[in-house]
Structures are given as structure tokens and as C-alpha cells.
Design a protein around this ligand. Sequence first.
Ligand code: GMT
Length: 374
Amino acid sequence: MTKIGITCYPTYGGSGAIATELGIELAKRGHKVHFISYDFPFRLNKFYDNIFFHQVEITEYPVFKYPPYSLSLSVKMAEVVENENLDLLHVHYAIPHAASAYLAKKMLGDNRIKIITTLHGTDITLVGNHQSFYRITKFSIEESDGVTCVSNYLKETTSKVFKINKEMEVIYNFVDTEKYKRAVDISKKIIGPADEDDMVITHISNFRSVKKIDNIVRVFYRVSGEVKSKLILVGDGPELCRIRNMVKGMNLEDKVFFAGVQQDIVSILSISDLYMLPSESEGFGLSALEALSCEVPVIGTNIGGLKEVIEEGKSGYTFDPDDIDSMSEAAIKILKNKEVRMKMGTEARKRAKLFDSSVIVPQYLDYYERILNV
Ligand code: GMT
């Protein structure tokens, strides 16, 4: 039994989702998991044996224009390591978690705790490579005892961008295919204005510009001219207002439904015929894997790790995220032909099973053992 501290962003987002699902899977296997963060992770929505939560307090003080969360996190990490006798701190998303873990390790004395950092995507491609974070990101990756990347793409990008020679392990995102399973006999009316004979295109994200939701709307505009269809956009974030205005400007208001943040993703995916993720880049593309698991073919970006997830032409297609023509053509092909759609759905499910938690979680456990025994 290993005692593991997990730090992640607790709010909506792929890195927090995968960190929490990992914690749940580890706890199921008898390990003790201690989440350390400023809030309860969003996927931890019921009681689990072997899972504990330690809240980092954010201290307000008049001289703090920006309360130093990273420092409070370090102190909490050190406290939890000592009080709970942890073996390992596994931090998800480099900034600031890997740096906070490094400080905790130093406070505890060098050999007390091992740190594993999992890189997810934007911590490398958007934020980490920004001038104001570059050095600390490089430093804390190099100082981690172990580093995992969610795709080969991310590993190569990290090595190249940060000029890092360190060994890094690729461990893909995973999905519980028993939980993420297409439910039959769900009415298309469960969410939004779709009719039973509408083809439903879905996208789920935290509405940041990296997701290129405007391109989904552009593709949908073309698709809806050819196929009776609806677009369901699930989530909330900085782009929501702009996308709403765009939809209005294109007179698509009666065909595009903004569902907001939703918990029951399986039901939404179960009424979906196509999932879209044409992001600027994706470290992996967890939401696309969850769609595949529910037999939904994916049209997504060819920049990043999604190419390692989708089997081109079988379970979906990847394109340049600005290639509206090709994405529209592929979407129309899938949505117009039931046979194509069904076949791709079956392939999607088969593909997802390669990333089942029963396949991937043991890879994390092996890696933990290797790092703990160095
Ligand atoms: O992009 C998101 O929706 C959230 C983001 C995050 O940082 O939480 O997700 C990243 O981590 C996921 C889990 O490993 C990956 O599947 C996503 O591809 C990655 N997002 C990007 O690289 C844009």
C-alpha cells in the first residue's frame, strides 16, 4: 500500500479530471490517497474509502494584492507528508504545483519524499513556455524525481521547448469504459431543443480560446445547411460570450444550445452523433476519449496528442484546426450516412478500450514503484 499525495486544479479541466480519476482508481486498489488543493476536486462527488482531502487555506492580508497560494500549498504539502507519512507527492500540471512540491521537499529534508510531476498540455504549450514562467517550469521539471507526459507529442515538445534531457515517461489519459458507456433509449430531448431525428454534434470544454469553438460554429453552419442537426456546447469560460454573439450573428440561435456546466456527461454523449475538438493543440484530448468510449466519432485537431488517440478514418478524423472545409466535409459524411456513423461508433468504442483505466492505471503504479525504489 502506497500513501500518495495528489495535487491538481480542482475546478473543471482535463488535468484535474484525470488526477481525480487516478486518485479514485488508486484508492479502489487499496492505496491511501490524499488530495491537497484549495478546493474539493470536482469529480470527487461522493464518499470514497481511502480518499482524504486537505484544503489549502488562502490567506488574505492587506499587503497581499495576490495571496501567495503556491507558498501556502508548499507548507500544506509538507504538513500532510509528515502527518500522514506519505511516500510520494504526485502533482498534476507543472505550474505552480511542481515548484510548490520542490519547496516542500526542501523543507522536509532532501530524502524524505519523492515527487512525480505529470505534464498535461497547456502547462507546457501555453503557460510554461511564456517568458514569465519558462525558467521555473524547466527547473521544477528537472528537479522532479519522475515526470510523466500524457502523450508522445507532449514529451517531445517538452524536451524541445525546455531543452530537457531527463527521462520522461509517457502515460496516456484513461477512461473507465464501464462508466463511459453509451446509454440506449435516451431521448434527444434530455438536453436542449434537439428532435429525435436531429443529428447532434457536441463539444465539451472550459471555453478557452485554445479550444477554437468559433471553428466548431463555422463547421456547424455548413453542416446544418445539409443535415438536420443541432449543436450542443457544454461548459463555461472566457469565450462563452463571444461565441454566443457569433451564433446570434449567424442566425443559428435555434440550432445551437448552450448547456452550461453539466455533471452527467455520459447522457449527453449518449445522444451525440459526433464530437468536435478542433483545438489549437491538445496534450491528449481527454474529452474526445470519453466521447469515443460512448461510441461517438470525433473530428479533432491534428496538433498535439489527439492523433495518438484517434485512429484516422476509423474512429474519427484529425485536421488542421482552421481547415473548415475538410472538417465540414468529414462531418457531413459521418452525419449523412447511418452505416458510416455506426461503424465509426463501434471502432470508437474499440479504440477507447485501449485506454481503459484497467490498462493505464497499472502503468502509473509501476512508475511509482520505479521512482520510489531509485
Ligand atoms: O484543455 C482542457 O480542457 C483542460 C486542460 C487542463 O489543463 O486541465 O487539459 C489538459 O490536460 C488534459 C488531461 O491530461 C488533456 O487531455 C488535455 O489535452 C489538456 N489540454 C490541452 O492541452 C489544451
